[in-house]
Ligand binder design. Structure first.
Ligand code: FAD
Length: 436
């Protein structure tokens, strides 16, 4: 074996991890199947770090936006992806957008300049049985390798589709309307309940039927609807009362303000250990994002809801990271293997690259015999890593973008208007300490 680390997948995460390792003098083999006779259903070419859809890395505002803050932190960690984005940038207001061909070429060119990095155009079908391995094969991992990953993680820990229910920031829920309780008051008061009367329910049901939906892409058309994760609008189409016998069931939920069961109830369940994020139970949906915001804000108690994530359903290979990985992205069952990128359950180009960056740093530390210290949870890197590796609820784990709901909240006396800035100022200061 001529390499010390084998990285599988030359996308956003794999190239960033390769850069972080190879520039520290470590021998790396980077295997990418495109260009070796294979293709995914969404990629178009053979370039490394191909952007499969939008050419935007979203907001570049590092003073009040979580992904902008992540850009800032990655730049300070000498990120390849951020450096290539700077070379390929095109005008896009406050967003960071790139010419995708220039971007991919910049990544390739930089990696080609590293003598201890070998890029091999090959599909990997089995997990290499020795040495350090980083699996960064993304949402469209080749089926043969996905099977091998399922064997390594346990098949029940690997998903081929996501079923994303919207997530709401806790501090945007109106608790003068909602109340906390579990059905029949069994156990602790685990759910936030939003009550609906009959008129509100009928209007909401009609809104689900009428709302604009996103179509599946051609290659996603066989997305299975398991009964347990059927889109809410598909359930609504089965009949007016189907939802009242499903996720909007009111039985056993006494509204403390009326002493009665409402006509229907929307329930939210805690989604992270910090208690800052709550998912709307059973509300996975293909409704368009703007439609979701409009319709879900008609739910009593959610009229001012701020969404950390909106619902969706896509083809997406990802593992149940909070359950199967340790805090250093290593598979608990076989710590030689690390996972990086979207396959860990983060979502987005930037987030995938950020997890790749940290996987590279962790592996470099391990090979150098140094203890790795994770970035503080108050930073975007640390918040994202903590979420993926244990802070998210494992049972309901679904892909997640970086957002302020993943961070410990700033002190309660910070005014609402200043909270975003408080997050970013604190993150930058804590990153400085960490980098030092
Ligand atoms: C259709 C689609 C559209 C998306 N649109 C956006 C968007 O607009 N904005 C956004 O921020 N995010 C988007 N995403 C989400 C996601 O963030 C990106 O897919 C991102 O590229 C993930 O980075 P990654 O490195 O984890 O995976 P990828 O960038 O997909 O890289 C994985 C690489 O591994 C290779 N590979 C797979 N299996 C093997 C194998 N067995 N052997 C060798 N190589 C292999 C693939 O060819 C690929 O190059 C989209 C995802 C999909 C599927």
């Amino acid at each position: 074996m001529t390499h010390q680390v084998h990285i599988i997948g030359g996308g956003m995460a794999g190239t960033e991890a390769a850069w972080q390792l190879a520039r520290r003098g470590i021998q790396v083999r980077l295997s990418e199947m495109r260009g070796g006779g294979d293709m995914t259903a969404a990629h178009q070419g053979t370039g490394l770090a191909e952007l499969v859809c939008s050419n935007s890395f979203r907001s570049d505002d590092d003073t009040s936006n979580a992904v902008g803050l992540l850009h800032h932190e990655m730049r300070r960690c000498d990120s390849l992806i951020m450096a290539a984005a700077a070379r390929a940038q095109v005008p896009a207001g406050s967003a960071l957008a790139v010419d995708r061909d220039v971007f991919s070429a910049a990544v390739e060119e930089t990696l080609a300049s590293l003598p201890n990095l070998t890029v091999v155009r090959e599909r990997i079908d089995a997990i290499p049985d020795q040495g350090h391995v980083i699996i960064a094969t993304g949402p469209l991992t080749a089926p043969s390798l996905a099977t091998a990953i399922g064997t390594a993680t346990g098949a029940d820990a690997l998903a081929f589709f996501d079923a994303i229910a919207p997530i709401v920031h806790h501090d945007s829920i109106d608790m003068d309307i909602c109340w906390k309780a579990s059905r029949w008051d069994k156990g602790e008061a685990a759910y936030i309940n939003c009550p609906m009367n009959e008129e509100q329910y009928r209007a909401f049901h009609q809104g689900l039927l009428d709302g604009d939906k996103t179509e599946f892409r051609e290659w996603e058309a066989n997305t299975p609807y398991f009964e347990g994760c059927m889109p809410i609008e598909v359930m609504a189409a089965r009949g007016l009362d189907t939802l009242r016998f499903g996720p909007m069931k009111p039985v056993g939920l006494d509204n403390p303000r009326t002493g009665r069961w409402p006509h229907a109830v929307v329930q939210l369940r805690q989604d992270n250990k910090l208690g800052t994020l709550w998912n709307i139970v059973g509300f996975q949906t293909k409704l368009k994002h703007a439609e979701q915001v409009r319709l879900f804000r008609t739910i009593p108690g959610l009229q001012n809801a701020e969404f950390a994530r909106l619902g969706g359903l896509h083809r997406n290979t990802f593992i149940q990271s909070p359950r199967v990985l340790d805090r250093q992205l290593r598979l608990l069952r076989d710590p030689r293997l690390r996972f990086a990128g979207q396959i860990t359950g983060c979502e987005g180009y930037v987030e995938s690259a950020a997890i790749g960056l940290m996987a590279g740093l962790m592996t470099a530390a391990e090979l150098g015999g140094r203890a790795w210290t994770a970035p503080p949870r108050t930073t975007a890197l640390g918040a994202l890593l903590s979420h993926v590796t244990g802070d998210a609820e494992a049972e309901t784990y679904q892909p997640m973008n970086v957002n302020f709901g993943l961070f410990p909240p700033p002190p309660a006396d910070v005014k609402k208007k200043q909270r975003k800035e408080a997050y970013t100022l604190r993150a930058k200061a804590d990153l400085t300490t960490w980098l030092a």
